[in-house]
Design a protein around this ligand. Structure first.
Ligand code: ASP
Length: 307
């Protein structure tokens, strides 16, 4: 039996100081801790890594502090478009959803789609699939928060497209990686995309091999950051390939892949778990909201470079 391990992230970027001190910080930490406890509960009851990452991410989607599900970043036309992906390490099966507008928990839709003949669904058909699977559907209004509307007005005027954590009102894309008792790995990632992005834009999050990857023999990865750059280097698969094919240690593989992201104009971070249950959480942005829990141990959360 393997020791259970779970790590989560709540986005990377450059958070203003007032967001990572005092009460604001406590809210982030509480959100990450809650997600860790939800996922750990599943793992402790003998549940799969796949279910643990799904429900840990769903907890972060329900928390409006983060850029996924409720409280997601808005597109330039003021709409919400949600994307998510999930991968199971035992058989490298995947599920990905792009451009959801009505599904309350995109990661549950990706989870429900996993195992289908197809790997990725987009738009109305993706929402329709989630609805047919009995998942909770909501109006767009559900996703909006006052913070997001303020942020949208501001960035619409300046016509800039920014990473959520670099925007005035800071929240972040979410993800989870886990190892269950049977030693299986899984990874899941969910996002509202970039602040003021073009409607229809697809970043790294729903793209298997860019934002998400899991292979029991190698690692599970969930990324966050400037997704266009992460997608250009096929980030998550790059980390796995460096480990598997070049024999690079997981932390070095992730750091090197982040360097490559930088070379093409992006910054961010990722969470990685390897088959032995070691967790790595590197980033090359100023901050990454992150947390991990192991066995019955206390959940640990961190935001800055020094833990
Ligand atoms: N990677 C996400 C995207 O580009 C954004 C983020 O991680 O916050 O859509």
């Amino acid at each position: 039996m393997s020791e259970i391990v779970l790590a989560v992230h709540g986005g990377a970027g450059h958070l203003p100081k007032r967001k990572i001190t005092g009460k604001a910080r406590l809210h982030y930490e509480a959100g990450l801790t809650e997600a860790l406890e939800v996922g750990r509960g599943i793992l402790q009851r003998g549940g799969s890594a796949l279910n643990a990452v799904t429900e840990a991410v769903a907890a972060l989607e329900d928390n409006e502090l983060f850029n996924a599900g409720k409280g997601a970043a808005l597109c330039s036309d003021g709409s919400v478009e949600l994307s998510a992906s999930i991968m199971r390490g035992s058989d490298r099966s995947v599920g990905a959803m792009v451009g959801l507008r009505r599904t309350k928990n995109p990661i549950r839709a990706a989870r429900a789609f996993r195992g289908h003949l197809h790997g990725l669904l987009f738009g109305q058909e993706a929402d329709a699939y989630a609805e047919a699977k009995g998942l909770e559907m909501v109006d767009q209004d559900y996703f909006y928060t006052n913070n997001r509307l303020r942020q949208w007005r501001k960035y619409r005027e300046t016509k800039s497209v920014v990473l959520d954590h670099d925007a005035e009102s800071a929240h972040g894309t979410v993800g989870a990686v886990a190892r269950d008792r049977r030693g299986n790995l899984a990874a899941a990632t969910s996002t509202g995309g970039l602040v003021n992005q073009l409607p229809g834009r697809v970043g790294d999050t729903p793209v298997i091999g860019a934002g998400t990857w899991a292979d029991n023999q190698v690692c599970a990865v969930s990324a966050t950051g400037k997704g266009d750059a992460f997608a250009r280097i096929a980030f998550a698969r790059r980390v796995a390939d460096l480990i598997e094919l070049a024999g690079t240690a997981p932390n070095e593989a992730a750091s090197r892949a982040l360097e490559e992201v930088k070379e093409v104009g992006g910054t961010g971070g990722c969470i990685v778990i390897d088959p032995s249950g070691q967790v790595f959480l590197p980033f090359n942005s100023a901050h990454m909201l992150r947390g991990w829990v192991r066995g019955k141990g206390a959940p640990v959360t961190a935001i800055e470079v020094v833990d």
